[in-house]
Design a binder for this molecule. Structure first.
Ligand code: CP
Length: 305
């Protein structure tokens, strides 16, 4: 396809191909000379309507390492602040002939809408609580490099499932690849339609983490809570924060993951985040490689100029 809007559009074979390609980019990124020319002459615009550290910087590095000209639109100082709409902003940028636009937006569905208004490739860098496909791909790559497979693994995704596009994309990818997915959260942080997600639902960390191969923690997304459920940090950490005692319920040497940004002492104990089972920094490294793989794959569908 011309776009990457969500994991739901990818087949297991396409996911495997992207992960295989990303594996090769991990090795390239560890070399002193990292530059390729796959995207030479191409223009990539990163258009982020929401804050980002990891996704925006890794998309910028990924584009540059493939030889693209990369422009980061600063939404904070753009005419969006003067009331210009998403579509008018996109159409304006498209008039400058980019080949790829990478978009993050607070509204679910906004990136798909934008993709229908512009003539170039569009990559979803996170849309509301809908999808964050490159996050799920980088998480899968991180897991696969440690276990050699995704099929048959038990993955516990814990915390604020309700507001999490990371959870949604991971559930879609892991289910497609034959993993067993559990979600672990208080009822107030589970979507009403969770029974249709094809996951095991646990409301208690003791059952949710038991014998898990992978424990994936999520941030409490307070900015998306309307005040109906903003738990006290102490209480939340007591019941749902990952500490040594809860991690001991998972398999020995279970992999600990977090997409970031982390709130230490809220959903994860600092010692666990920095401990020997934590892959959190490695996830960031995999993020650059996965985004290079996605850009490389889309570049093959770009029109020749
Ligand atoms: N995991 C993730 O998307 O991080 P950022 O919000 O910093 O991009």
């Amino acid at each position: 396809s011309r776009h990457l809007l969500g994991i739901e559009d990818l087949s297991p074979a396409e996911i495997t191909a992207l992960l295989d390609l990303a594996d090769a980019f991990v090795e390239l990124n560890r070399r002193p000379d990292k530059k390729l020319s796959t995207l030479r002459g191409r223009t990539q615009i990163n258009l982020f309507f929401e804050a980002s550290t990891r996704t925006q910087s890794s998309f910028e590095l990924a584009g540059k390492r493939l030889g693209a000209d990369v422009m980061n639109m600063s939404v904070a100082s753009s005419s969006v602040k003067k009331g210009e709409t998403l579509i008018d902003t996109a159409v304006t940028l498209h008039a400058m002939h980019p080949d790829i636009i990478v978009v993050r937006h607070h509204a679910a569905g906004a990136v798909e809408l934008l993709s229908r208004k512009v003539g170039c490739s569009v990559i979803n860098a996170g849309d509301g609580a809908h999808e964050h496909p490159t996050q799920a791909l980088l998480d899968a790559l991180t897991i696969r490099r440690h276990t050699g497979r995704l099929e048959g693994l038990t993955v516990a995704i814990c915390g604020d499932i309700l507001h999490s596009r990371v959870a949604r994309s991971n559930i879609l990818l892991l289910n497609a690849m034959g993993a067993r997915v559990r979600v672990v959260a208080p009822s107030t942080l589970l979507p009403a339609a969770i029974d249709r997600f094809g996951v095991e639902v646990h409301r208690d960390m003791r059952s949710g983490l038991r014998d898990a191969d992978v424990v994936m923690m999520l941030r409490l997304q307070r900015e998306r809570m309307d005040g109906s459920f903003v738990p006290s940090v102490r209480e939340y950490f007591h019941f749902f924060g990952l500490d040594a005692a809860k991690l001991a319920l998972a398999k020995p040497n279970a992999l600990v993951m977090h997409p970031g940004p982390m709130n230490r002492g809220v959903e994860i104990d600092s010692d666990i985040a920095d401990g020997p089972q934590s892959l959190i920094r490695e996830q960031v490294e995999m993020g650059v490689a996965v985004r290079m793989a996605v850009l490389d794959a889309l570049a093959r569908n770009l029109p020749n100029r």
